[in-house]
Write a protein that binds this ligand. Structure first.
Ligand SMILES: Cc1cc2nc3c(=O)[nH]c(=O)nc-3n(C[C@H](O)[C@H](O)[C@H](O)COP(=O)(O)OP(=O)(O)OC[C@H]3O[C@@H](n4cnc5c(N)ncnc54)[C@H](O)[C@@H]3O)c2cc1C
Length: 183
């Protein structure tokens, strides 16, 4: 069983994976590199002067894997709740389980609807930490804010849900801070 299964390999899902794996949770991201980022030329991502969405994805995936998250090129067909865990089923019927589920499906929220997540119009409803109406299920990025589709917002959402899960695991508020070595 994986600690966290993330469905969606755009900036939302990858950002969540980075924080979770960096802080020791076993984390798998499912997606087939079909993110909208391949149509983007980012001139508005703070800290980066200009980068194509495709180049951004290449760097982001390397960074996430370096911290120990696994990226699997698979399409998730179904998700369901089984007691206090989740079952993630792929094309062909194979399945895995996880303790938390992060949905970063982008603009086509099939799995969130399948799980019975509450929607307002096209947006999955979440609290300020990305938690949906289904305990243990988080929604980030375009799925939660379809009318605010920006890469940096999705990445920020991913960081928020990761810190919420890490805080729940630790039983206290967690931040992920690093400092440069002292000279
Ligand atoms: C033409 C264009 C130009 C843009 N320009 C900019 C720009 O200049 N600046 C900017 O900030 N933003 C730009 N954007 C928007 C940006 O691409 C999105 O805001 C960003 O991709 C959203 O990230 P996300 O992680 O929320 O979702 P997405 O990037 O949409 O990622 C969702 C991922 O989940 C996958 N997925 C969904 N369901 C499943 C499933 N069942 N199993 C496995 N995988 C699944 C999808 O295939 C996809 O890869 C642009 C978008 C377009 C279309």
């Amino acid at each position: 069983m994986t600690d966290v299964a993330i469905i969606g390999d755009g900036p939302g899902g990858l950002s969540a994976a980075l924080f979770l794996a960096k802080n020791g949770l076993s984390t798998v991201v499912y997606g087939q590199d079909k993110t909208a980022m391949h149509w983007a030329l980012l001139k508005n991502y703070l800290g980066l002067e200009e980068i194509s969405g495709t180049d951004f994805q290449v760097v982001a995936k390397k960074q996430v894997e370096r911290f120990g998250a696994r990226l699997e090129s698979r399409h998730v067909d179904a998700v369901s709740r089984e007691g206090d865990q989740f079952r993630v089923t792929f094309e062909g019927g194979e399945s895995v389980t996880s303790r938390y589920l992060i949905l970063s499906e982008g603009k086509a929220p099939k799995l969130a609807q399948q799980l019975g997540v509450r929607f307002e119009g096209p947006a999955a409803v979440t609290d300020q930490n990305g938690q949906t109406s289904v305990p243990g299920v988080y929604a980030v990025g375009r799925l939660a804010r379809p009318a605010r589709s920006q890469a940096i917002i999705s990445a920020g959402d991913g960081a928020v849900v990761a810190l919420d899960i890490l805080s729940k695991e630790k039983g206290q508020a967690v931040v992920d801070w690093d400092s440069p070595p002292k000279s």
